[in-house]
Design a protein around this ligand. Structure first.
Ligand SMILES: C[S@@+](CC[C@H](N)C(=O)[O-])C[C@H]1O[C@@H](n2cnc3c(N)ncnc32)[C@H](O)[C@@H]1O
Length: 470
């Protein structure tokens, strides 16, 4: 079977169990329950984590730390036992026990990667969020909405595949021509796009939204000989005059004066030119900040099946209507909101805003008449240049439409937890568990991720891979 069609039903990173059959929309009670109960322990057991370590060089840093601490406790106990027996009645046992406790405490602090890696976003200490009050695994605690697919199909790659991919991709990323890609993709999404393209091995790659050409370069690293079509109002070569940019030799550019929008290009003619007869062997990458519902309809009409959206903005954020927003529905596990100002959700959001730049408070989330969908009840398009109000019914129907054509929905998890990446922008409470979990500094380092500037981890916006069909 060709790589583009090999999708299986196995569990994988980012895959979710099937949703509850149906729940009443606007179920505030359910929402509260979810917010309160979803502070769960990490889904990976130590064993699984060590397996993942083995995938990239063997040896779990977590278990090493645990063993070290255990030996210390053992030694402390034995020492106080002997001292008590030798010098009962004197001060010496107390003094020595106190010294040992001091040594133990400093050893624990120094051996905790979370302790040394915290970088505060504002003056409030973030220590509480990383391991001192039990919230270290708060990924997804405010819900991670997702889109249901027709038959519950998911991708075939696993967390091990992602880890292996990361190990391979870091040195590639270090050779990128555009070192500072501000306003374009950072590390997380570059990895996601590279991984997906490499896994699917398409015969043609189409990109809408090239900017200076970083994403074109990423596609090229994944597939060295595959043709690319790139659509972007400004040709990447224009940026060459000012600084680094990437122009690909095997790419057809519809850019600059030749720019054509994805929705108006004559695709049958274009595909014929490229000798493509099987549209399921084409991968489309959208980073053009257009309404994603509009782009899905255009892609369906042209017969494309494999789509990646770079900016899959969370509800209440972003400059265009996204899949995340569309599928953030009360009947989806992890979805839906209430606008009650004194709800738990409101309280938690207010606290989280202090720590995460892109977290939204209930006031920012909810517009007039308590409209929370899209961005305060608006369906944004074209970098927020067009901004149309939609009713909840329309929004709900959009989600049902998406479900009716969706075969696979897979959100790229963040590459690593914030205590490792130092990112302070996206709120982990709205994202799936990262590929490298918080506290796994050894793995983070072995993957080469410590070599990267921390600014490259700031751009995560839930990149999504979709497979669609009529
Ligand atoms: C965020 S940038 C893309 C970043 C790029 N993919 C990267 O990783 O560096 C968005 C790009 O979309 C382009 N754009 C705007 N409208 C567009 C449209 N209708 N079709 C395609 N691209 C569009 C913008 O000019 C800009 O270059």
């Amino acid at each position: 079977m060709s790589p583009l069609t090999t999708l299986s039903y196995t569990n994988c990173v980012g895959a979710r169990s099937s949703p509850p059959p149906s729940a009443s929309p606007h179920s505030n009670h359910k929402m509260l329950e979810r917010v309160l109960s979803s502070r769960r322990s990490t889904p990976h057991s130590d064993d699984t984590a060590d397996d993942e370590d083995d995938a990239v060089n063997g040896g779990g840093d977590k278990s090493k730390t645990k063993k070290h601490q255990h030996m210390f406790f053992h030694a402390t106990n034995r020492a106080s036992y002997y001292l008590t027996r030798m010098g009962s009645g004197g001060y010496w046992p107390c003094v020595i026990a106190l010294c040992l406790i001091l040594v133990l405490v400093s050893s624990l602090l120094l051996s905790s990667p979370g302790f040394v890696c915290i970088s505060p976003y504002n003056p409030v200490s973030r220590a509480g969020f990383f391991g001192f009050d039990g919230l270290e695994s708060d990924f997804g605690s405010l819900g991670v909405p997702w889109c249901r697919s027709k038959h519950g199909k998911t991708v075939e790659w696993t967390s091990k595949d992602l880890l292996k991919g990361l190990e391979e991709f870091v040195p590639i990323y270090e050779t990128r021509p555009i070192n500072n890609n501000m306003y374009g993709m950072g590390f997380d999404h570059s990895f996601g796009l590279w991984f997906i393209a490499r896994w699917l091995k398409p015969d043609l790659m189409i990109e809408s939204g090239a900017f200076k050409g970083h994403s074109t370069w990423v596609l090229r690293q994944a597939m060295p000989d595959t043709p690319i079509i790139s659509l972007s109002p400004r040709h990447p070569e224009k940026y060459l005059k000012k600084g680094p940019a990437y122009v690909d030799g095997n790419c057809t550019y519809y850019a600059g004066k030749d720019f054509v929008d994805f929705g108006t290009l004559d695709w049958p003619k274009e595909l014929k030119k490229h000798g493509i007869t099987d549209l399921s062997r084409v991968l489309i990458f959208f980073d053009d900040h257009q309404n994603e519902l509009k782009r899905i309809k255009q892609a369906l009409k042209a017969g494309f099946r494999h789509l990646v959206f770079e900016d899959n903005y969370d509800t209440g954020t972003g400059d265009h209507y996204s899949l995340r927003q569309i599928c953030d529905q009360s009947y989806i596990r992890g979805g839906g909101h209430s606008c009650f100002k004194d709800s738990d959700e409101a309280r938690i959001r207010t606290i989280r805003k202090k720590f995460w730049e892109k977290a939204v408070t209930i006031d920012e989330l909810c517009g007039p008449s308590d409209a929370w969908w899209g961005v305060r009840g608006y369906m944004r398009d074209n970098f927020n240049h067009s901004n149309k109000p939609i009713s909840y019914i329309e929004h709900f129907q959009n989600s049902r439409f998406v479900e009716s054509i969706l075969d696979v929905y897979w959100e790229l998890p963040p590459v690593a937890g914030p205590s490792l990446t130092h990112q302070t922008r996206y709120d982990p409470a709205r994202t799936p568990t990262p590929i490298v979990e918080d506290g796994r500094y050894g793995l983070f380092r072995r993957l080469g991720l410590t070599r990267l500037d921390t600014s490259v981890f700031n751009g995560y916006t839930q990149m999504v891979y979709l497979q669609i069909s009529h």
